[in-house]
Design a protein around this ligand. Sequence first.
Ligand code: PMP
Length: 404
Amino acid sequence: MMHISNSLRNHFPLLKKCPETVVYFDNASTTLKPISVINKMNELYTEYPVNVHRGAYRFAEQATRAFEDSRLAVQRFINARSTKEIVFTRGTTDSINLIASSYGRTFLKPGDEILLTQLEHHANIVPWRMLCDRIGSVIKVIPMKRDGELDLSNIKSLITNKTRLVGLVYVSNSLGTINPVAEIIEIAHARGAKVLVDAAQAIAHFPIDVQNLDVDFLCFSGHKMFGPFGIGVLYGKEHLLEGMPPHQGGGGMIQNVNFDEVSYAPLPSKFEAGTPPIASAVGLGEATNFINEIGFKFIQERENLLLSYTLERIKKINGLILYGESKERSAVFAFNLTGVHPHDVTAYLDQKGICIRSGHHCNQPIMTFYQIPAMNRASMSFYNTLEEIDYFIETLKETRKFFS
Ligand code: PMP
């Protein structure tokens, strides 16, 4: 059995500080941040805390180099063709909003269709609803099945010659379902539709190669991949980004400005108006280094072990309803304990040092499907341990007894 060494857990200050009392099972919400990422941001703030792309002095050059090196690290991490395809945003939500307001308002017309899935996070629903209300396009939905997988039986009739864009979550943040993204991209492309993949929950768990997937847009957040808050990425194929107008105007995204006319900077600056979150961007580059050092091979083996170990045990708890049993899945467990309010479950677990979430997890269409207002969710990362799972399972049993 693979054991995780303390030295690996010691990368994370929170786990090091309180090794026994904290069981962090809310990794789908945000992952913990390793010390190397924190130190990298600290280095920027202490040694070259200045703006990028503007100054000709030494510190400004250092900051600019660190910022652009980070973009290069991200490009390599997802195997994009060029750094022009890597736009820094505030996160997944910001990236999707950018596509909706720039690509959507430019290329979609009344009656055009946007195909989403029932598994989408609100971040991949609301920007499209707002766009449709504004321009008269229409949202269609790929339904889900009880096991949490997408029902693709009608996919070919759902993607019509009016479908301009398919918006698809790679890994469900509530149910852990891993969607057959490559297959859907192929079908969508055959009908001339573009595909946006929300990789917020995928990016920290397995490698993604945008060229191999042939995805048109990919969105993710730094804070869900051991990086800082306030930074995210929009990957877009160069020719698509090239054809899109900027969604925001300001400094840094222009070539020439006068009151009658403005010309824009080349990619990716065209989409990065104003001072960017420099330290967070630099921290994100460091987070990709961290993942590369740990290696996806280890991360996947480790998380698959946590997945099967938990599934085997959680299913045996009397009165526990597990939502989502997709064949391809990640270590995310959505459940309710019969007769116990989900908020009471999380509150009880919190007293025992276990951090999980309860609520709708920004997936109200999933809650509607199961006809429940809320569920509990435990989500794991490679640094979690089998001992933590044993403790979690025992505490869940205890919770049920306590409230019955
Ligand atoms: N999509 C998915 C699948 C998510 O899990 C999340 C975060 N919970 C988001 C989008 C939004 O990410 P952010 O809040 O970092 O913008």
